[in-house]
Design a protein around this ligand. Structure first.
Ligand code: AP5
Length: 211
């Protein structure tokens, strides 16, 4: 089962991914987390990605497709995977489809988390994330401890107001057209209302997958 989580920055993809993955019994892959880990580790991939990410621009498709192909070939992802923010351009959707076809599989559904820009700005301006496990929080101060692993909470550079504005523009210009691509190619797209409690959003998403 391959599920694509889709939606504007701050829609809740990273919050929902582990919850949905646990319910479905598959792992998650988040390109944002992979890239931030590469930056922390100072790898060539991280050095290439950092300036794009800090501005809120997309990292080149070739970089993302390399991550996707490597991840899909890993045994841990053989039974399926929840893809969190992995597909953000039409060439990425095409590349993922080709990589899946080589492995005899396909994207089963796209869950698009729907939320307005005002709520996004409110969420992202108040977000901190755990430096080690990447869990996101709203309304928790940087420097306090993560509930899950005690790691230090930090503010992401791309949660500065100017980067948030740019990320929303980039979403409309480069990412939103991906939904039409999936619909045109016969993949099921379910739009999930992303406002409300985290549990309610998870229940809506699982309900959409079951229907
Ligand atoms: P990435 O880390 O994926 O960032 P993003 O897509 O901009 O998404 P966010 O992590 O900001 O938001 P989210 O939807 O995961 O929401 P979250 O659950 O955290 O990517 C970062 C960068 O990497 C990109 O800008 C790009 O440069 C690069 N990149 C990554 N993938 C790429 C790709 N495929 N192609 C090219 N470049 C790529 O929630 C947000 C906040 O809201 C949190 O504080 C959370 O606690 C809170 N929240 C969540 N749900 C709720 C709720 N129901 N009610 C109230 N608050 C909630």
């Amino acid at each position: 089962m391959i599920i694509v989580l889709f939606g504007k920055p701050g829609a809740g993809k990273g919050t929902q991914a582990p919850l949905l993955a646990a319910a479905l019994g598959v792992p998650t892959l988040a390109t944002g987390d992979e890239l931030r880990a590469a930056i922390r580790n100072g790898t060539p991939l991280g050095l290439e990605a950092k300036s794009y990410m800090d501005r809120g621009d997309l990292v080149p498709d070739s970089v993302i497709l390399g991550i996707i192909k490597q991840a899909l070939a890993e045994p841990r992802n053989a039974a399926g995977v929840v893809l969190d923010g992995v597909v953000r351009t039409v060439p990425q959707a095409e590349g993922l489809a080709a990589a899946c076809a080589e492995l005899g599989t396909k994207v089963d559904a796209v869950l698009c988390f729907d939320i307005d820009d005002e709520e996004i700005v409110r969420r992202l301006a108040g977000r901190t994330v755990c430096e080690s496990c990447q869990s996101p929080y709203t309304g928790r101060e940087p420097g306090t401890a993560c509930d899950k692993d005690g790691g230090r909470l930090v503010r992401r550079k791309d949660d500065e107001p100017e980067a948030i504005r740019n990320r929303l523009e980039v979403y409309e210009r480069q990412t939103a057209p991906v939904l039409k691509w999936y619909r045109d190619h016969g993949t099921r797209v379910a739009v999930i209302e992303a406002v409300g409690s985290v549990q309610d959003v998870t229940a809506r998403a699982l309900g959409a997958l079951a229907s």
